[in-house]
Design a protein around this ligand. Structure first.
Ligand code: HEC
Ligand code: HEC
Length: 230
């Protein structure tokens, strides 16, 4: 096809026809393999809704609806979550159908796309006045509860819950509604994708007041100056 395209354009007379013929396959190709940016903005054309409709135009999520931030999260973590929704290890009525209509290549491209997206200003601003150790939820976050064998959340999730590498996602920069929804998802078993059941153990030791307080506490913490904090 490429050889035909090149020689046809030499003929001059056939140039327009060739242009039409040669343009259409690449357009069809783009539709069959949309880029991550195109999927985020307009969906993938075979079932996945535009990510930004829920996760925000800058990947900051939506505080009121509890839709999580994706911008600046670790690439391998994002990919694992998309694969977990697709496989059923993490089950959610909204995200599972979205992930199942993405191809493996699309999931990889989207994980990369969101991992390099800068954290939006609104998310950084939410961490401008962090709650301290004495605020409700602070003790659990910073010291844990050893009577129930719960380590401090920051031991795994890093200082301020900024996240550590690919296994321990940030809690800072997520809304209280989202953090609480995940702790409840572990309690009721719809999320069971954590390595060594670390979070299942933590969540099962918390009551609803703990969940409310610790979620609100982390929602005030700074995301950190360094993007992609290790
Ligand atoms: C209709 C709304 C909606 C759309 C569209 C949507 N999401 Fe989501 N997404 C959610 C909700 C709600 C959750 C949290 C679900 C849960 O509780 O597990 C979520 C969770 C996620 C997570 C897990 C984040 C974390 O911190 O663990 C990833 C990754 C994700 N979405 C990626 C995407 C991508 C990529 C797209 C576009 C192809 C997309 N989403 C489209 C609503 C949506
Ligand atoms: C022993 C280590 C460990 C401790 C302690 C821990 N976590 Fe986690 N947490 C994890 C791991 C691992 C994951 C990621 C699971 C996965 O791969 O999906 C996680 C994920 C989460 C998530 C989901 C984040 C997202 O983007 O979806 C929330 C919310 C969370 N933890 C809250 C807490 C809170 C609150 C505490 C303290 C009460 C806590 N964690 C203590 C290991 C830990």
């Amino acid at each position: 096809m490429r050889i035909f395209c090149r020689s046809a354009s030499f003929l001059g007379v056939a140039a327009l026809t060739a242009a039409l013929l040669c343009a259409s396959p690449s357009r069809a190709d783009a539709a069959a393999h949309p880029s991550a940016a195109a999927i985020a903005q307009a969906g993938n054309g075979h079932g996945a809704a535009p990510c930004m409709a829920c996760h925000g135009s800058r990947g900051g999520g939506q505080v009121s609806s509890g839709f999580p931030r994706l911008a600046g999260l670790n690439q391998a973590y994002l990919l694992k979550q998309l694969n977990d929704y697709a496989s059923g290890a993490r089950d959610n009525t909204i995200m599972t159908p979205v992930a199942r209509t993405l191809t493996a290549t699309e999931r990889e491209a989207l994980a990369k796309y969101y991992s390099v997206m800068p954290v939006p200003a609104a998310v950084i601003k939410a961490g401008a006045n962090p709650s301290g150790a004495d605020a409700p939820g602070g003790q659990l976050a910073l010291r844990g509860r050893w009577s129930k064998q719960v380590p401090a959340c920051v031991q795994c999730h890093g200082p301020h819950g900024m996240g550590v590498g690919q296994h321990f996602p940030p809690l800072a920069g997520q809304s209280a509604a989202y953090i609480a929804s995940q702790l409840q998802a572990w309690q009721n078993g719809t999320r069971h994708n954590d390595p060594l059941q670390l979070m299942q153990h933590v969540a099962s030791a918390l009551d609803s007041a703990d969940i409310k307080q610790v979620s609100a506490w982390f929602a005030t913490q700074p995301v950190g100056a360094i993007k992609g904090t290790p």
